[in-house]
Write a protein that binds this ligand. Sequence first.
Ligand code: ADE
Length: 306
Amino acid sequence: TNQEPERVDYANVPTAHKSVPRDQLKIIKELGHGNFGLVLLAEASGMTLGSKVTLVAVKTLKEGAGQSDKADMMRELDLMKKLPDHCNVVRLLGFCVEEDPPYIIVEYLSRGNLKDLLKDSRSKGGRVYGNLHGISKSLTSKDLMKFAKDVADGMAFISSQQCIHRDLAARNVLVAEDMTCKVSDFGLARDVMNIRVYERRSEGPLPMRWMALESILDDVYTAESDVWSYGVLLWEIVTLGARPYPAMTANVMIGKLQSGYRMPKPQHCQQELYAMMLRCWDDDPDNRPTFTMISAELEKYINKGK
Ligand code: ADE
């Protein structure tokens, strides 16, 4: 998709999120969709004090979505309303939920989601690339570590606000024009963009490959289980957007995780970084690092020029 690199200054956007009249939005095109969810690019007037029109992303539901889809969306909106602004968290700009379909208006991030950005950066080198690629034609390892640090900072903030994300993955990180990564899609809005990754188990589809063992087995979600997911996201960054546990079904993966198996070190991954992944995937949630610790470590790592 060719997304126009328009610069938008959000410095003047009022923090008090408000209900926005629908006629202030001019829908331009679709940015993505899932079973029932839809994300649209729109031009909004009157969203900023300075400029007249602003590009925004509008999250909404397709026709045929059920009440539970709407309830999920309203939960996500409530969560976003409570969260103060942070430069590594996708910002809520407004909403129109009085009528159907409900709209959640968030900042538009011109480079789209991190997973696609990573995959699109792979060097194709004239041959069919394998699943565990690590050589990028456009991103340096310093860029990759900056992505990891941005996400860790966003998540450190989210957990400091007593929020649990529950669906942290590269597909739910969005990238701004200046390459800043921002965490998006809170509250496990289960359908929205990527139908294929939400594997079905007992009830409801779940992003199994990113979930901590205790979340899969005991339905326990904590800041520490978000850290496990972050470890998988690190693995996605290093492999330039590969699918975790390639060639394994979710059920095989669960059995192997329980017997102590963890994904091996990707080919182009530094030992220190792999050690961090393994700590994120510790059986004991208390042995996992916090997002603050991860961010500090990555900072050192970036400064060493790795
Ligand atoms: N895709 C989903 N949400 C988006 C956003 N806020 N900006 C750009 N692309 C998106």
